[in-house]
Design a protein around this ligand. Structure first.
Ligand SMILES: [Fe+2]
Ligand SMILES: [Fe+2]
Length: 241
């Protein structure tokens, strides 16, 4: 049995320094690792990135993160990534990592992901350069997630993204913006790699629980959805928990 804690969309800024950390004191007793599903800052500034790095360092469990669209807003994603890595946080973008837990080896692959929409109602790589670029970015992110998942040697695999792999966890958001909230190709990457769980954020008005067409559990851990400091998910290799 492996237990992960997860939260996204904490949207920290300098005024919130020290506040989130207080709520994480119990983590080592509850979870084997903490996953952060992006939108860790409000506007993606370096100063906000520093707050994130300080807030999630030395928590007594491995912390594994992806960035979100807000973390890209000031074009300082590289600096934010470096600040977080400097404090021992694993930041993934098209990569994976394995954590040795008492209950087995937990493999986590992560990408920010992107929009694009869902099967039957998605954008295609056709027409204007800008449309093709948009769709291609989503496809390449999903391909990177699949490749990273398949490259992991672990007992249980988790796909960590900011954008949603399924529309079920967007329930509560206006359907008109679904193409900007997620991409079904991320779900295909989870299904094709035999992942036990997909974790995402981004959809603040969405729903916590969903499942891919292939039966992989998906959890929207955006803080406004969870309304608790983090969610705990137990993974036993048979899809339970
Ligand atoms: Fe967000
Ligand atoms: Fe977001």
């Amino acid at each position: 049995m492996i237990t992960i804690a997860a939260v996204g969309d904490v949207h920290l800024d300098e005024a919130m320094r020290g506040q989130y950390r207080e709520r994480l004191a119990g983590l080592p007793d509850e979870a084997d690792a903490l996953l952060l599903a992006g939108d860790l800052t409000k506007h993606g500034t370096v100063d906000e990135g520093r707050v994130v790095a300080e807030e999630f360092r030395d928590l007594g469990v491995p912390v594994i993160a992806v960035l979100g669209n807000h973390d890209h807003h000031s074009d300082a994603q590289k600096e934010i990534t470096e600040l977080m890595r400097g404090e021992g946080i694993t930041v993934l973008e098209g990569e994976g990592t394995v954590v040795d837990c008492p209950g087995g080896r937990l493999g986590v692959a992560g990408v920010k992901g992107f929009g694009g929409g869902f099967a039957g109602k998605c954008a295609t790589e056709f027409g204007e350069r800008e449309t093709k670029d948009f769709v291609r970015h989503g496809r390449e992110a999903a391909e990177a997630l699949g490749e990273a998942l398949r490259g992991l040697d672990a007992d249980l695999l988790v796909g960590l993204t900011h954008y949603a792999p399924v529309k079920e966890t967007l329930t509560g958001e206006p359907p008109e913006i679904f193409p900007f909230l997620g991409n079904y190709l991320l779900a295909e990457a989870l299904d094709d790699s035999g992942a036990a769980l997909g974790v995402h954020g981004h959809a603040h008005a969405g729903t916590e629980c969903g499942v891919t067409a292939g039966g992989v559990r998906v959890r929207n851990v955006a803080l406004p959805v969870l309304r608790r400091p983090y969610a705990l998910y137990r993974l036993d290799g048979a899809g339970g928990g």
